[in-house]
Design a protein. Structure first.
Length: 262
């Protein structure tokens, strides 16, 4: 597929998909998972509100998929993918707030390359896995470490990663990227905290798709957060966290207190 940036956006009380071209959005007829047919209408980017590029997605997460992150977490490098899921209600879009829970104690950012599945996939060979990818976006696997560790002690992982707003994604879906060589940079209040590259993934993208499709059917719009590089750290109310992948853009989200959200 050619290199494109695809946005999902709100404008004039309607939601559209469009292809980004400089300062405009070439509106699509419907979902890009069905076709990339354009209506011929162009919308100005300045007037559009960018949304999470997939509405209410199924989100698959990967733990310890970078050796350096395993090391900083005092964990062994896994022998098989360490998988978990984040609820669809955890997904928010660019510039949306990450809500810091009232009982949260140690909430961390995790910038990640995120795969967007484009075609139904079941029992897919690794050599054909990328044929089932529509494109790639940016994800932030926000995690409550205290709750996460309490859960992990009993072999589960859900609530600590599943709060509403704990999965910012966006701002665009980029097609035609090489998932094996994408730089991932995370900044908090302008200071670089993570600077990694997907070439260091323990389990690369084709392997992950093949592995997941062995056990379950992947659907168009499913997201696979591929794991986070070293450098994870805490967030605080008032912070601004940015995750950048140069070929995709910058995912920017403020952190607010739960009381503010209510």
């Amino acid at each position: 597929m050619n290199r494109l940036l695809v946005a999902r956006y709100a404008l004039d009380n309607a939601i559209h998909y469009g292809v980004v071209e400089e300062d405009s959005l070439r509106r699509l007829e419907g979902s890009p998972f069905e076709s990339l047919r354009e209506t011929g209408h162009r919308d100005p980017v300045a007037r559009a509100k960018l949304l999470a590029p997939v509405p209410q997605p199924r989100i698959f997460g990967l733990g310890y998929n970078y050796r350096a992150h395993s090391k900083e977490s005092n964990k062994a490098v896994p022998e098989i993918p360490v998988l978990f899921m984040k609820p669809s209600t955890s997904a928010v879009g660019p510039d949306d707030a990450i809500v810091y829970p009232a009982d949260g104690e140690n909430v961390h950012f995790e910038g990640e390359l995120t795969v967007v599945i484009g075609k139904r996939a079941r029992h897919v060979p690794e050599a054909q896995a990328l044929d089932h990818v529509f494109g790639y976006t940016i994800g932030n696997d926000v995690s409550d470490r205290v709750l996460q560790r309490r859960e992990s002690a009993f072999g589960c992982l859900l609530a600590g990663k599943g709060y509403d707003t704990f999965a910012p994604i966006g701002p665009f879906i980029a097609t035609g990227l090489d998932p094996a060589n994408q730089r991932i940079i995370t900044r908090v209040n302008g200071v670089v905290r993570q600077d990694g590259n997907s070439r260091d993934l323990v389990f690369p993208v084709p392997y992950l798709i093949a592995y997941l499709s062995k056990y379950m059917t992947l659907l168009p719009g499913d997201l696979i957060m591929t794991g986070t590089p070293a450098g994870v750290g805490p967030l605080a109310v008032g912070d601004m966290v940015e995750v950048e992948i140069p070929g995709i853009g910058v995912l920017r989200n403020p952190v607010i207190a739960e009381a503010q959200a209510r």
